[in-house]
Design a protein around this ligand. Structure first.
Ligand SMILES: Cc1cc2nc3c(=O)[nH]c(=O)nc-3n(C[C@H](O)[C@H](O)[C@H](O)COP(=O)(O)OP(=O)(O)OC[C@H]3O[C@@H](n4cnc5c(N)ncnc54)[C@H](O)[C@@H]3O)c2cc1C
Length: 566
């Protein structure tokens, strides 16, 4: 539902359920604010519907659940300070609402607008129950900078599919709406929860034990609005860093995030993107100059928005089949290769260290995500991006339906990204910013005593060096699972052929300026997702593309069928 459709009628003395899904916060939460302003009783509810997650194949690992539980605890603590509490319901959402609309004499339901297809599906079902029960439903946009539906409507009913096109549309929209005011003691003053419900233990906080989960590693990202806001304020104090931020200049090998590390907080809505965007605006306004989208911090938020818009409008956005903007690629099925990639056993320390960081901490730098995603898909293993997306969805603290799928399509060369001849080298990429291999030593302790000369390629170390390092390759750490030089070349040929065969699909997410750079094999100056913009250019370079004219004349090597057979 869009803002326009929202009933703005202010009726006092509602009995309201405010349904928290994402939007786990007090600041910039207009639907919560509406609930508080119009109600006598407010029941803040979070529904933990594991069957719903299963039905829609939503994966969530232990680290992610720990983060969510911390967010809920934070919310509960803050609500209790004002005499309310969080009701954590277990089971089917529709059944819960059908029962509790009556049980609690509910007259109003408030919640955020969510754009994912499963949310829309469930919201429609709950809305129907609400209508049948005479319950008014009020919702507002707050998880994105803009009203996504309005952008699509403005763009003639379709999503802008290139960042440039997206920026053009946004120019007409102007800056995103300001964040709404924070819910404070004043807003809570006239709201309460009846005592019986307040004490009802059936809705107590969920625990990891209840979910049958256990986290193996301490958390580096404590969940919740309190922590999210603290982190934002800390970053914003460093105004020079904020104004000069350029994503491609940040290091994927840093042991602490060299970017903001705010993504888990945005994904679950403990932090509002509008709040952050406008705080940045204020700092930019005071600065002599500042970086600009797409590489600036505001530019990062616009990337997020870009993928939300694309996902909202593209059928089957998170899969290849039936997805009109995605190249239809005959990926290999190889469970053993996938398992080794997931479990940090590829034999390439740079790749394995990143996957180990992902397993342990649930967050990795954007360019490190590039490295492992490219390795899994078009770079080395030629395994479907959907498989990588599933692993990320389960392990990332910031797992996000639209952003995850969009970036996986990008990295696998299936959509959005057209510099497909650039394949990341699993040896040289990390070395650029971390020649001593500090990052590898931190996340792969088995290699920690290798000399820097061999840390990225331990299989090349003489046996006495391996013995001195206490790690024999082939026994304590695997040999590389593929010959990168050979497979990346083969994959490049495959990709070239597929792109030529499916040219119409590639053109959907390629705009004119990108077409020129793609053709000239230059890096698109404006793409922060392409590490070739900075000094990493030569690391990522592979063979030059066959000129389009030649390919069109049929001179491109016809490798697809032979490669797929081999
Ligand atoms: C294969 C792959 C999968 C990814 N999956 C996710 C995901 O599930 N969830 C997720 O939030 N990000 C995902 N990203 C995008 C990006 O890597 C992370 O958002 C970023 O690394 C988070 O770190 P940060 O908060 O320090 O980002 P910053 O650089 O500080 O950026 C600030 C915010 O902007 C947004 N943002 C930054 N980069 C991107 C981007 N490329 N696309 C969309 N939004 C962006 C995020 O909300 C981020 O928190 C993925 C990237 C790749 C390559």
């Amino acid at each position: 539902m869009t803002n326009k459709e929202v009933s703005m009628e202010v009726r006092e003395q509602h009995n309201t359920i405010h349904w928290f899904r994402k939007g786990l916060r007090f600041h910039d939460n207009p639907s919560l604010l509406h609930a508080l302003r119009t109600s006598h009783h407010v029941y803040p509810v979070f529904v933990m519907d594991l069957d719903f997650m299963k039905d829609f194949k939503i994966r969530s690992g232990a680290n992610q659940w720990r983060f969510v539980i911390e967010c809920l605890q934070d919310l509960d603590t803050r609500l209790r300070a004002y005499g309310l509490r969080l009701f954590v319901a277990r089971g089917n959402a529709e059944a819960f609402f059908a029962e509790h609309f009556r049980k609690w004499n509910i007259t109003q339901l408030t919640h955020d607008v969510e754009t994912e297809h499963y949310h829309r599906f469930r919201d429609a079902a709950v809305r129907k129950i609400a209508v049948d029960e005479g319950v008014e439903v009020v919702n507002y946009v707050a998880h994105t900078l803009y009203n996504i539906d309005k952008i699509i409507e403005y763009n003639g009913g379709s999503a802008p599919l290139t960042y440039r096109q997206f920026q053009k549309v946004l120019k007409d929209f102007g800056a995103p709406p300001q964040a709404s005011e924070t819910a404070t003691a004043e807003h809570f003053a006239s709201c309460s929860v009846p005592l019986e419900a307040l004490r009802d233990e059936r809705y107590n906080m969920v625990t990891l034990e209840e979910l049958g989960m256990r986290c193996e590693h301490p958390s580096k990202f404590v969940g919740g609005e309190t922590e999210g806001l603290r982190r934002v304020e800390k970053h914003l104090q460093n105004q020079g860093w904020v104004t000069q931020f350029e994503k491609p200049k940040t290091a994927p090998t840093s042991l602490l995030p060299s970017t903001t590390g705010l993504s888990p907080y945005f994904s679950f809505g403990c932090l509002s993107v509008r709040h952050f965007y406008h705080r940045l605006d204020k700092i930019y306004a005071k600065a002599k100059n500042h970086s600009l989208p797409p590489v600036s911090l505001q530019g990062q938020l616009l990337w997020r928005e870009f993928f939300y818009v694309a996902a909202a409008q593209t059928p089957n956005f998170v899969v290849m089949a039936g997805n009109p903007i995605c190249l239809q690629i005959p990926w290999y099925e190889n469970r053993e290769h996938l398992r080794r990639w997931r479990n940090a056993e590829t034999g390439f320390p740079w790749i394995d260290a990143i996957m180990s960081q992902l397993q342990k901490e649930g967050w990795v730098h954007h360019l490190a995500r590039h490295a492992v995603a490219c390795f899994l898909t078009r770079g080395d293993l030629w395994i479907s991006w959907e498989e990588g997306q599933k692993v990320f969805e389960e392990l990332l603290l910031d797992a996000d339906y639209s952003v995850n799928a969009g970036n996986w399509m990008w990295l696998s060369g299936s959509a959005f990204y057209h510099q497909y001849t650039r394949i990341f080298c699993p040896v040289r990429f990390g070395k650029r910013t971390d020649p001593d291999g500090t990052f590898i030593r931190a996340y792969l302790p088995v290699l920690k005593d290798f000399p820097a000369q061999y840390i990225y390629e331990p299989w090349k170390a003489p046996l006495d060096v391996q013995e001195a390092a206490g790690c024999i390759v082939g026994m304590d750490y695997p040999f590389p699972m593929v010959d990168h030089e050979i497979v990346s070349q083969q994959n490049l040929e495959l990709m070239r052929e597929i792109r030529e065969q499916q040219r119409q699909i590639t053109l959907l997410t390629l705009d004119l300026a990108d077409r020129l750079t793609a053709r000239l094999s230059l890096s698109p100056q404006s793409s922060p997702n392409d590490p070739s913009i900075n000094t990493q250019r030569e690391e990522t370079m592979r063979a030059a593309p066959v000129p389009r004219e030649e390919a069109e004349r049929g001179n491109a090597p016809s490798t697809l069928t032979t490669m797929m057979r081999s």
